[in-house]
Write a protein that binds this ligand. Structure first.
Ligand code: NI
Length: 260
């Protein structure tokens, strides 16, 4: 009987978890063309029409595994020059000595998130370790930048259901991964991202590599020319009208990752 109850308990918890992460319902939808009167539509040239009818294209650039003094500084300069906000998922142990970079990120409108203290594989870590790894970085960020909701990107994008239940913030995956750490080739990384990106997407890069910093700036220049607007991950969800939930892993505001 006891065993059976425990089994039902587990099923119930799974159902709860599914219900908790399910939905991700959109509350906002925009159809610009519906708002343009017919007689005006006929008067417009092709290019203007395109601009009016198309939904704005929003996308978020995210950077993992920093901060790193030489590369992150160059990236921040490039982002500032272009007026582009990004999201940085930082490793806790790399914060000491780089406090000024974190303060600069915040001052310049970037979102800062948590990438654990030691870049730990949360899929297999003991539950206590999972909590500690997230908490240690959260404490450092709070001391430095003040209270905040520091969203988590699990290292390797990997976390299972039971450990995810311990996470008190939304978790962010990605829609485009050019494997910049592997190719270490700015042109190749740029080409991959530009050809795979879609509106409401989240691009994964690492500000740890000079080639990735170069690629990020090239990606911005190319996608801005295509009409994309860069926003932080938080803004991407807000504009899309999606309220992300704690303990759920999102590839984008429209795509939830199922947890193993
Ligand atoms: Ni990482």
């Amino acid at each position: 009987m006891k065993k059976q109850l425990a089994r039902y308990g587990a099923i119930f918890m799974t159902a709860l978890l599914l219900a908790a992460c399910g939905g991700g319902e959109r509350t906002v939808s925009a159809d610009a063309s519906a708002e343009i009167p017919e007689e005006i539509l006929g008067e417009l040239d092709e290019e203007t029409l395109q601009e009016l009818v198309e939904e704005p294209r929003y996308v978020a650039l995210t950077f993992d595994d920093g901060p790193r003094r030489d590369t992150t500084s160059v990236l921040l300069d490039g982002l500032l020059e272009r007026g582009v906000p990004a999201t940085f998922f930082v490793i806790g142990r790399q914060i000491p000595g780089n406090e000024d970079l974190l303060k600069r990120m915040k001052a310049e409108g970037h979102q800062i998130g948590n990438h654990t203290y030691d870049h730990t594989r949360l899929l297999t870590a003991e539950p206590d370790k999972v909590v500690e790894e997230i908490h240690k970085t959260e404490v450092l960020l709070t001391e430095l930048l003040g209270e905040g909701d520091y969203w988590l990107r699990p290292p390797y994008g990997a976390i299972g259901k039971t450990r995810a239940a311990l996470v008190k913030t939304p978790m962010i995956y990605w829609t485009v991964d050019p494997e910049d750490w592997k190719t270490l080739d700015a042109a190749q990384v740029t080409e991959h991202v530009v050809s795979h990106v879609e509106p409401w997407g989240i691009i994964l890069l690492h500000d740890f590599y000079p080639t990735s910093v170069q690629a990020a700036l090239d990606i911005i220049d190319q996608l801005q020319a295509e009409g994309y607007t860069f926003v932080t991950v938080e803004e991407l969800f807000r504009i899309r009208g999606v309220e992300p939930k704690a303990g759920c892993l999102y590839a984008s505001p429209d795509k939830l990752r199922s947890l193993s």
